[in-house]
Each structure stands twice: as C-alpha cells, then as structure tokens.
Design a protein around this ligand. Structure first.
Ligand code: SAM
Length: 210
C-alpha cells in the first residue's frame, strides 16, 4: 500500500522519471489554485494529492500491458483524473479526455497546453455525443455506476479493449450485479492507495444493450 506522500512520489518517479515529477508538481500547484475558483476535487484531498489523485491514477498502468495502443478514452475526466496523469506518464499513447462541464473542459485544455501534452485531446461534450471510435483502453473514475458506465461506453469497445475502472468500495458488488456475460468479463484488483477500494479490470467488447 502507498501510505505516504513520499511513497506516492517515488511510485510516480519509477513510472515516469523526473519529467513526470516536474509536470505533476506543476499540476499540483495549479490545481490548488483552481480549486478556489471551481470545485474540482474535495479540498481535504489536496493535502494528500500525490496519493489521492496522482498515484491513484497512475496505478491503472499496472493493469494495462505495456504494448497496449490507444486511443485511451477517459470518461468524465473532471479535474484530470486519471486522464491527465496517465497522459503525462505515457506520452506514446493517444489519450482522449471526455468531459461535459465547460469550466472543467477549459481547465483540462489549459493544463494540457501548459504541460505540452501533444498526446492528449479534450472532448468538451457529453459522452453520448462523441463519435464512435475503437478504444484501446477505457478508464473512468467516479463517472457512473458500473452498469450504466458500460451501457454508455459499449459502442467504443472491441474484443481487445482494456477496461480499468477505479470503483472504490463498491467494486466487487457492482461486478456481481452485472448480467452473466459481463460479470465474467471483469474482475477486481486491489487499489494500492486505499485498502478498501477496488479497480474493476477487464478486456473485451461489451454488449450495447442489456
Ligand atoms: C465525480 S466527477 C469525477 C471526475 C474525475 N474522473 C475524478 O475522479 O476526479 C464526474 C465527472 O464526469 C462528468 N460527466 C458526467 N456525466 C458525463 C457525460 N455523460 N459525458 C461527459 N462527462 C460527464 C462530470 O461533469 C464530472 O466532471
């Protein structure tokens, strides 16, 4: 488990080296500022930003094979978690961050530009309006209940699509509640940043209707 901010920084450094640490330090400063203008993350989480947001996002890479290709769709990116962190750590993958709220979209665009993330595109609209593409990976943190998330995003999946969905304490229960075929597609991995949280991980095409 990652329990200290220093451990979280070391974990990120292992994954992305000094450039990632520098980019995330900038993101940390900007986020603390911007959170006074718009409610991007819980204020209480800002004192543990490296664990609660950066390492929490980065750990998704442990469940995606290194050779996986994009596009990597991050649904409901909000403040940029996990999408911005992952785009920093994997400049070789094309990321598409989908977010519907205007102020959040502007924030994501500003940060992507300031951090020079050429591999990161922001789609400022509802997921339902995004043109269908074949996703290499789909991630979503705190976006929607699992069954709804899968229905909304099924059209982006292929037999090869990887799914990495941080789901907090409800992970196992949400997987059990899925219809038979889907419940067999997914399993739960332990989160490294929260003893009680799980990440729903799977691979394959999800049916577009229940
Ligand atoms: C609870 S926030 C989570 C943000 C971020 N993923 C995180 O974990 O910090 C959910 C985000 O999803 C966005 N959202 C909800 N429904 C959406 C939709 N249908 N299309 C695009 N964005 C959506 C909201 O605007 C919000 O920013």
């Amino acid at each position: 488990m990652i329990e200290q901010e220093k451990e979280a920084r070391d974990y990120i450094q292992e994954k992305g080296g000094a450039p990632a640490l520098r980019s995330l330090s900038v993101l940390s400063e900007r986020l603390k500022d911007e959170n006074q203008r718009q409610n991007l993350v819980a204020n209480g989480s800002l004192d543990h930003i490296w664990i609660r947001h950066f390492a929490d996002s980065a750990q998704l890479l442990d469940h995606v094979p290194r050779e996986t290709r994009g596009p990597w769709l991050d649904l409901g990116s909000g403040a940029g978690f996990p999408g911005l962190v992952l785009a920093i750590l994997r400049p070789d993958i094309e990321f598409v961050l989908i977010e519907s709220r205007r102020l959040r979209v502007e924030w994501l665009e500003r940060m992507s530009s300031e951090l020079g993330l050429e591999n990161c595109r922001i789609k400022g609209c509802r997921l339902e309006q995004v043109t269908t593409v074949e996703a290499g990976v789909i991630s979503a943190r705190a976006f929607a209940p699992l069954a709804k998330l899968l229905l909304l995003s099924a059209r982006f999946s292929t037999d090869d699509t990887r799914w990495v969905l941080p789901k907090g304490r409800s992970a196992a229960h949400e997987v059990q509640e899925l219809p038979g075929r889907e419940s067999k597609m997914f399993h739960v991995e332990q989160s490294l940043t929260d003893q009680e949280a799980g990440i729903v991980v799977g691979r394959g095409k999800v049916r577009e209707k229940a």
